[in-house]
Design a protein. Structure first.
Lengths: 127, 127, 127, 127, 127, 127
């Protein structure tokens, strides 16, 4: 039985990540549907749905963290798309990535920027 | 000879970090004044001074990254202060820290929140 | 309104972490009670309460991860206590920490072992 | 001259990692055979051969740590295979990975789960 | 307008990284030329150009750090090339990577060694 | 029975870390003497004793890695002492730490520099 948190999470996920989010969820159906459910419920149903911080700021925080951590490139790409989806400008996103050179070093910033280049190219090919 | 980048950086640092920033710079004078100079020039003179992202969003990005990385508690505290200084609300900052539970785990979020509690207490004692 | 997940989580937390867990939750009441609630609901209400892996194995996994990550010493101590609480032997816990020298290097293993020494001493003083 | 530690390590490696372990060792023969020797001697000859923790628990600890660290996907795959080889069930391994969402965030858990999906598929194709 | 730091940086970059460095800079021209400029100015114009540490020791430090961090494989490869370019021997570089097994664990050292194997093979194919 | 590796390791440890190394080993005697033995045998008996890289370069590599990783401050201090013990100059060590701002960000470099300041002060008080 699916909770209301699940429904709220699905709605948030659709708004933020569009098809990219759906694909992640689908890709978990065979191996571990419970992880898909938790991913919808906790990050999207509980956290992103909270008032107190707009979605653009939430995506700025997520892009910053994933660029700095450096070992989650697939999730970084999902959230670079998400940042654009919720209305962050290309310039704002580049500034966040650039700023990570200060806190996590130049390699992390470079790899974040190359990921963003991939994302922009994929979107222009689809679009 | 100090560059214009240095002067711009000092100005940004004063605006953002107030006394906390000055203390970091002073504390480097004996051991490595060049690191103080670079810290003023590159992060503050080059990066924070750029247009394209407002200071509140820059601090949201920095608080997110330092909470997620987890091993830079003194710098996280400086930037929790900085976030308040440039106009982020307590609620916004708490939301950023809370959100890091999704990307870096609950321990990182908990330690970030405890750092924020310390910062708020220090400010109320001074204030 | 608190969910059933919250009640299950509280029960798990009491079983696993005893007073240490309660103290963490209490310490969040002023700064961010919602993080306390999420910490009870998701890690303890959702994850630790799942069948499929016994609590001793869960604590072995957590001690391993927190020792390897190296930047969450307070949470590592909570779970070193928890591992003892759910029936892991001192020897088993030492072996897990020792093994982390292979995957995260000797400094992480050394700091994990010193944390365990602190935990054992605190328990002997209380006990 | 090879030590007894080397012989014990080779035996442990065969028991735990099967062919995957042998391939890692072979792949080092040209570039740095000494690293192959140390990998056999210290992790397998010294650590995994110790009494005090059964091999299933050792693999649970290793899978947890490598999932949490997030930057060692090839070694994670070797140990997901190893965990199955020494008798951990698919369910137990999934639970360990799932639990890492709590300590290292959802991206680390997602990438660990996708690695496990690859491992299961490779084994079914060979098997 | 480009600073003298930029010119010094370009010179250092050519000396250290040869074509590999140029390619990184070129690859940023479309997405974020400012990051290319900062990468030339701060790391190469400010830091590598400093007296007080010879270039061989600088590359030993960089190879050590990038091997230990484990999530910057493209930059590690650039600096494995750079280390050879400035006169470090293959043996010295292998020793640095090997030593990282102590501080960051065996997986980080293994992945560093495999990166070095790729670099040596690429150089022998070109050379 | 202690191996020759143990004896070589003890000798290396005395040469490199002096009393600081001995204290680490002593501090493990109660909680886990086997970890003390492994720490002497593998890092010092196997790795530091190898030809192919001089001790000054080895300490440069270690200081770089521990500064970059950022979560091993006690071990970083031991090796800042060690670097001085084997003949690295204060300037060389500062350059290594400074350079880490490029690869691991400014907070890691700042915390490394403050650790070095502590080490220099402790040595001047003893000396």
């Amino acid at each position: 039985m699916q909770s209301t948190r699940y429904e709220i999470g699905l709605e948030q996920l659709a708004k933020i990540d569009g098809e990219a989010g759906e694909k992640v969820i689908e890709s978990l159906q065979d191996i571990c549907p419970d992880l898909a459910q938790y991913t919808i419920e906790y990050p999207f149903g509980d956290i992103y749905a909270r008032p107190g911080l707009d979605l653009q700021s939430r995506e700025i925080a997520t892009v910053a963290a994933l660029t700095a951590l450096g070992h989650c490139q697939p999730q970084l790409k999902v959230h670079l798309n998400a940042a654009l989806n919720v209305g962050c400008s290309e310039t704002q996103i580049k500034e966040v990535i650039l700023q990570m050179s200060v806190y996590a070093g130049f390699p992390a910033a470079l790899n974040g920027m190359f990921a963003f280049q991939d994302v922009l190219q994929e979107r222009s090919e689809i679009g």
